[in-house]
Design a protein around this ligand. Structure first.
Ligand code: SF4
Length: 511
């Protein structure tokens, strides 16, 4: 029997049915849909700072409040490309409803995102956070802080390495010294009063002048053909290369790496899979503070480790809200002397782990018998006692500057006589009597941190940190699939970070 003869009841399908009163877009959107939260919240915002960026006059502009709603809702819906937003404004009823059927093109959307939101996005973000505080969703008094690296919109194969520049410059200096030495041999009189340049003073002009000087001095002397060829090569390429190195060093801005396609991105090891296998890629370090799984502060950094970002992140927090949190909980990546000092000076209760805190707790890190932490310290006399019972006297201090420019002070103590000591081979490998270096300030901060972390409150904060910050990163990277910035340059990438933070908060609010 053919299927055409079956009596199958279908629902009516009249594609071109006319409606007496066509439904409005508003009727088609569910009451509790996140797009309504985006609309309601952005409707309440004071956007004066955004309006100020418009000069006035000329042709009409799309309303910034509408464009802001479109951008935030797009980021909330995992739409990050301005072309897809343009398309969505023609096809997606939520975007069409938000825009009131306006259809700005991708250039307009992108210009608004990169130019109008510059310097304004943080204000918009903080206003939304303050609304959340006002409604009791979150508190600014407790911050749970962590960082993640997000890939830049840059080619990972076009890089600039600070070390490679240094090595190339060193090679030029070395070869120039050899050429100079050779020149002096054959033209002693002409080159006797001067010396070649050193690494510190190397520049395109100086190298060119030195090579010219050697060439002139040996011009009429019998010199090996290879030397003349080398000088010719040096004169042609070295000044040009040094100029290139100079420009690249300026792009590095003190970092060791940068990408040529986004010079403000730094090469960082990104965790690629659950085994934490990583790849070196250009990226930015995104720092977040959260409360109740809402983002309360975000900041972007060019450092590949977390500890240098800690203070700038909380300075940002203070700028946004005119206050600092009462407590900060963070993992061991932030436990540096400088950060502990900051917490202490600002009166913030810190629950910040230091390196080896976890190992200590699991009993995996027992202080080695000869390590200074195992030696008896007499605070009054400021002396240590070595394993053989000798007094180790204070002999001075050593200053150490961290990569971050922070100066640490180490106190030095020395044993009186290590000769013929039976423990010497286990104790130390130094030439004379053993010297130990101890940073008492850091040790004290660690003691405070240990006591805080092991207190009842500390244990609760540590548990909360795992439940608070990590789901936020998981949401951004897994659910929102935001693993790579779409824009280039620190300022523009900061705008994207702001949009993603706002989108995260509003989505959570709508949930
Ligand atoms: S080697 Fe020197 S510092 Fe070490 S235990 Fe012997 S005396 Fe003390």
């Amino acid at each position: 029997m053919s299927s055409a003869k079956k009596n199958i009841p279908f629902k009516p399908y009249i594609q071109n049915q006319l409606h007496l009163l066509p439904p409005s877009l508003d009727q088609l959107i569910a009451e509790n849909h996140p797009v309504r939260v985006v609309n309601d919240v952005i409707e309440k915002l004071d956007i004066d700072s955004l309006l100020k960026s418009y000069k006035g006059g000329g042709t009409t502009s799309y309303h910034p409040r509408m464009l802001l709603k479109v951008l935030v809702y797009s980021y909330l819906s995992n739409i990050y490309s301005s072309r897809k937003m343009e398309q969505g404004l023609k096809e997606n009823i939520h975007l069409m409803w938000l825009s009131g059927m306006s259809q700005p093109d991708h250039n307009t959307i992108n210009r608004f995102r990169t130019e109008r939101l510059k310097g304004v996005i943080k204000k918009v973000f903080s206003e939304i956070v303050l609304l959340l505080v006002g409604s009791g969703h979150i508190s600014l008094k407790e911050a749970y802080t962590d960082g993640t690296k997000i890939e830049a919109n840059a080619n990972k194969y076009t890089f600039i390495w600070g070390n490679a520049i240094k090595t190339s410059k060193e090679r030029i200096v070395k070869q120039l010294e050899e050429l100079w030495a050779h020149g002096q041999k054959v033209a002693h009189e002409e080159l006797k009063d001067t010396t070649p340049i050193t690494f510190e003073e190397i520049s395109a002009e100086k190298v060119k002048a030195t090579v010219d000087q050697i060439q002139q001095a040996i011009a009429d002397k019998p010199v090996d053909k290879k030397v003349k060829q080398k000088l010719k090569y040096a004169s042609k390429h070295w000044p040009e290369n040094l100029e290139k190195y100079q420009q690249q060093s300026e792009l590095l801005e003190g970092r060791n790496s940068a990408s040529k396609t986004d010079p403000q991105a730094t090469f960082m090891r990104m965790k690629e899979d659950h085994m934490k296998n990583g790849q070196l890629k250009p990226g930015y370090n995104l720092q977040l503070s959260t409360n109740n799984q809402y983002i309360t502060c975000y900041s972007l950094h060019q450092c590949s480790t977390d500890y240098p970002a800690f203070i700038p992140h909380f300075e940002e927090f203070e700028t946004l809200y005119g206050m600092l949190p009462d407590t900060v909980t963070a993992d061991a990546g932030y436990g540096s002397e400088q950060n502990y000092q900051y917490l202490h000076n600002k009166g913030i209760e810190g629950y910040v782990k230091y390196n080896y805190f976890e190992q200590e707790q699991k009993g995996k890190r027992k202080a080695a018998a000869f390590h200074h932490s195992s030696l008896y310290y007499n605070k009054e006399k400021n002396t240590f006692t070595c394993p053989m019972g000798q007094t180790m006297n204070f002999i001075g201090e050593r200053k150490r500057t961290t990569d971050n420019g922070f100066i640490q002070t180490y106190q030095k103590y020395q044993a009186q006589n290590c000769n013929n000591c039976p423990l010497r081979s286990s104790c130390h490998t130094q030439k004379g009597n053993r010297i130990i270096e101890v940073n008492h300030t850091l040790e004290q901060y660690k003691e405070i941190a240990r006591a805080n972390l092991l207190s009842e409150k500390g244990i609760a904060h540590r548990k909360q940190r795992v439940k608070d910050t990590e789901p936020v990163f998981a949401n951004i990277k897994q659910n929102k699939n935001f693993r790579r910035f779409n824009l280039r340059g620190l300022l523009k990438v900061e705008i994207e970070a702001g949009l993603i933070a706002i989108a995260h908060n509003l989505k959570k609010m709508a949930a």
